[in-house]
Design a protein around this ligand. Sequence first.
Ligand code: NOJ
Length: 468
Amino acid sequence: MSKNYTFPAGFWWGSAASGPQTEGRYDGDGKGDSLWDYWFEQEPEKFFGGVGPERTSRVYKMYKEDARLMKETGHNSFRTSIQWSRLIPDATGEVNPEAVKFYNDYFDELIANGVEPFVGLFHFDMPMALQNEGGWLNRKTVDAYARYAKIAFELFGDKVKRWFTYNEPIVPVEGGYLYDFHYPNHKNMKEAMRVMYHEIVAQALAIKEFHEGGFDGTIGVVLNLTPSYPRDPENPEDVKAAKLADALFNRSFLDPSILGTLPEELKWLWADSGTTPDMLEGDAELIANNTIDLLGINYYQPRRIKAKETPVEGDGKGGPMPEDYFDNYDWPEKKMNPYRGWEIYEKGIYDCLINVKENYGNIDCYISENGMGVEGEERYIDANGEIQDDYRIEFVRDHLKWVHQAIAEGSNCHGYHMWTCMDCWSWTNAYKNRYGFIAVDLDNDGARTVKKSGKWFHQVVADNGFEA
Ligand code: NOJ
């Protein structure tokens, strides 16, 4: 028996991307270096196929075609981000007029095609001028970020009505300062917690600028939530370990962003590991008084946790690490996306939404990313040149069923954005795994071809749902 999954009227259907992963760099564009430009210059061999951030999907040149293709695939909204290092090349000085022109034209083009631009201010892309002074480790960055945010609101606030302070602010913490997958490749929990704290304070300042400046619209944050499931929900040690992981990776940004407080479990973990960041007088009040209006939830995979069983190793040099407090648990029944090495667990998206409903005042939210990266999609090209990505259709549909269920139970979820629209550059994985509704041929000037999933999505939006 098939069931009808109809979504609320006005549901935001679309996809997400980011400036650094799509725009590319061109002579005369005036862009300054971000840490990605710098890192690629230093160590190009770390990037899949030697493809760097200057050679992304050419959106700087192709945004008009892209806006048209978004319309063609049914989008009514789309999230991207402004690159700080494009708008203010040295991060703290003058605004780059070429960037102002580009973003105005880009946003106008989206709007003309019936696609509302949702705009982020920071997507892992610290300007190199600030990274050279420590980036998020340096308190100076907090004020520089708030200034940049205000400039962006002033310049583009007439056309952008949904702003996001960050995309996945835990990733610079994890990638840059804990697990060595982003520049500057440190492994130092004390530094990581300082980076986290500075991001929290900077966000509060930017929200203050937005609300006090009387700008029209809403401001939110996009968090990658990884619901933490204990190995055995009946075992108190497993449950305690899962709670600590949740406090560190999810509630560290959820709580201050929505409730205006830091979780007690996080403060305990900081104290126990000797990693409590320096706090200034007035910070707590600032955080308490400047919370978000809208939450974006990126959901890809759950986190499975068990009580600590392996020896505590710290960072190998005697410093603490989060894994001193829990072990990751390999659930034997898990379903995997073999390309990305991530577990696929559809119900997790529902658990995230219900958690927000029950523990975070049912704040307005939407699914800001969800998707499936697949390597070698050329294998699935049919005689007409179209990628038959049925696996992606299945993935999106199966997650949407759980989103539908959460809404039926009262979640204030207002939309679903897939990652991503045009295949884009995935950091050090570059173009290894493809995520888009639309294929990009890098060897052919970035030529775009809509995949089967793009056509399917168009129909879903037209029907405001599907039967399955
Ligand atoms: C999350 C991030 O926001 C995005 O930058 C990344 O490329 C996708 N997930 C896929 O891994």
